[in-house]
Design a protein. Sequence first.
Length: 165
Amino acid sequence: MSAITPSLLLLDTNVWLDNYLGYRPHTQVSRKLISESTLRGITLCYAATSANDLFYLVREELKKRTRQDTGHLTESQAITCNEAAWACVQDMTTIAVATTVAEPQVSLACNYRKLSRDFEDDLILAAMETSKADYLVTNDEGLCKKSPFPTLSSQDMLATLELCA
């Protein structure tokens, strides 16, 4: 007997970062999860705040790596890093839908402070509550442990999807 396939997954910012920054430990499994979910018609979503975080973190990481590789960062290289970050956000918005993070979610995030000292995690939990997603997918082990919602790592979610086949 196969498990019931989820219809809506909320992906934490770190899963998106793993997808776009090819050197992170969970890159391959996060990419496979996104691909498999898309192929199976599972709706992927992200907290609207993740778009900002993704843009900033990708851009800054690319700039940092450019400085490490070349010893400096030219204006042209900075522009390229900025464009690459935009491309990641644009790609995310074509394969997933945003879940609102507005005043009600900020208030909810304040309630999750008891679980986490990380405001970004608290906003993700608030987005999870209001999105009604079947699962939160995160590669943050701490968030996996303290989330009051069904929460799996990319690896565990991928294994769950394979059971649903």
